[in-house]
Unconditional design. Structure first.
Length: 258
């Protein structure tokens, strides 16, 4: 479910599966009507209504959760950019001789952070860049602590080190947010209820003498599109809906370090 191909495959299977279930439901209704001309399908409205209500509720909750996590991931990008920018500016509190090596490591660190997300479709490459960024974190912290001890005042220790700590912590927060998704069973449950709803929809539409392809295809397409948007929001760096544009704030921070 984590790649573009798997998302499109899931949605395509769901769409055609719903079309098949609508046709199956129609044929079941026609067959029952032929066998039991009177009373066929009576009293099923409550069951159909309950299933459709459950489908709507599940779509609403999954969409709301996906949209909320999408916004959170965008906010965390801005927060990381602010944390890095603040820590970089506070390097001015260190003795002048200790600043150039730390500034260079900051530049390499931001480059690694950007590369780890730009290579998200290449798991090995993203993992390598993430590891490189973690190593630079350790070096920056060690060098900053040593440089703070050389400072004649305590301002560097009091202001720079907390800023570095925030810069390091946001890395874990962003990584966790990127991996935070509902269990896959939720998406399969959503697909299963959509198929069941299609069956009931086809059963109800069999009351008409002919098929309304507008309603048949429209029903399946709208549900499939809704699921597609939910998955796109849930995996924002792998499909058409992305948070990559917000990486520009990190790029701007990197440009300010030149």
């Amino acid at each position: 479910m984590a790649s573009v191909v798997s998302i499109l495959t899931f949605v395509a299977v769901l769409f055609f599966g719903m079309l098949a279930m609508i046709e199956l439901g129609r044929r079941l209704r026609v067959r029952q009507h032929a066998m039991h001309a009177e009373g066929a399908g009576l009293g099923l409205g409550a069951v159909e209504g309950a299933v459709f209500a459950l489908l709507g509720l599940l779509i609403a909750f999954t969409f709301s959760g996906a949209a909320s996590r999408f916004d959170t991931r965008r906010q965390l990008i801005v927060e990381e950019a602010n944390d890095i920018g603040t820590a970089y500016l506070r390097l001015d509190l260190l003795p002048p001789a200790t600043q150039p090596p730390l500034r260079e490591k900051f530049r390499r660190y931001v480059d690694a952070r950007l590369a780890s997300y730009q290579a998200i479709l290449d798991p090995e490459g993203a993992r390598a860049e993430h590891t490189r960024a973690l190593g630079l974190q350790t070096e920056i912290w060690r060098d900053a602590v040593a440089a703070s001890q050389q400072s004649p005042t305590t301002q560097a220790s009091m202001l720079l080190l907390p800023a570095l700590n925030a810069m390091i912590d946001i890395t874990t927060t962003r990584t966790t947010a990127l991996r935070m998704h509902p269990p896959l069973v939720i998406f399969f449950l959503l697909g299963g209820i959509a198929l069941a709803s299609s069956l009931f929809a086809g059963y109800s539409m069999a009351e008409a003498s002919s098929r309304s392809w507008l309603h048949v295809i429209g029903f399946a397409a709208i549900l499939a599109l809704s699921v597609y948007v939910i998955l796109e929001l849930e995996y924002p760096r792998r499909g058409q809906i992305r948070v990559n544009a917000f990486d520009q704030v990190l790029v701007d921070v990197r440009d300010s370090m030149k």
